[in-house]
Write a protein of this length. Structure first.
Length: 127
């Protein structure tokens, strides 16, 4: 028996259990409902922290604190760094590691399209 079970294995399993076993599905060549689920990532919490610090820097700048402009520039750079590193990880997952299947790409496109439609509707609701 090679690295994958043969059709005879599945047929014998069907005869034994009268249904396809969950283990046989996991061992099969085809991946059923294969979607990529990302693991834990530090980028969301780092981006939120950088964004909160940026808002604090803007408030300091509006209240004429000393060195507020330096703090504001630093936080913009930190936020840009975090976002670029986050996108770097996304590009590696999608392009080089091949973790996104067709279903995942379709779901990402649909989600982005729904986001754009909601922004357009929000714009029309305000104006």
């Amino acid at each position: 028996m090679g690295p994958y079970p043969t059709q005879e294995y599945f047929d014998s399993l069907k005869r034994k259990t009268k249904k396809l076993d969950f283990l046989a599905i996991l061992c099969s060549r085809r991946r059923i409902n294969a979607t990529f689920v990302a693991g834990p990532s530090p980028w969301p919490i780092l981006a939120a922290t950088a964004l909160a610090s940026l808002f604090l820097a803007i408030a300091m700048w509006l209240h004429y604190y000393n060195n507020a402009l330096f703090f504001l520039k630093t936080e913009v750079l930190v936020l840009a760094l975090v976002v670029s590193l986050w996108f770097k990880d996304l590009i590696i997952e999608a392009q080089y590691a091949g973790l996104y299947q067709v279903k995942t790409r379709r779901a990402l496109r649909q989600g982005f399209l729904i986001f754009l439609v909601s922004e357009v509707m929000f714009f029309f609701a305000l104006f």
